[in-house]
Design a protein around this ligand. Structure first.
Ligand SMILES: [Zn+2]
Length: 61
């Protein structure tokens, strides 16, 4: 019984994490956003390696 409760609890946690990731991708720590690759400019889409602002005046996403 207790084991079942733990499994349900863990399942709920995973579900919340998946929903949260789908709704607020920017709110998650960088480790969980690895797949997006290097930061890119939110305006022109250029890759911003080692900098947070772009030449066009845009900011990294
Ligand atoms: Zn730019």
């Amino acid at each position: 019984m207790l084991f079942k409760t733990i499994i349900v609890f863990l399942g709920a946690m995973v579900l919340i994490a998946l929903v949260g990731r789908a709704l607020f991708p920017s709110a998650l720590p960088k480790v969980l956003r690895k797949r997006e690759g290097p930061p890119r400019c939110g305006k022109c889409g250029r890759y911003l390696i080692g900098q947070k602002t772009c030449d066009c005046g845009g900011k990294a996403k």
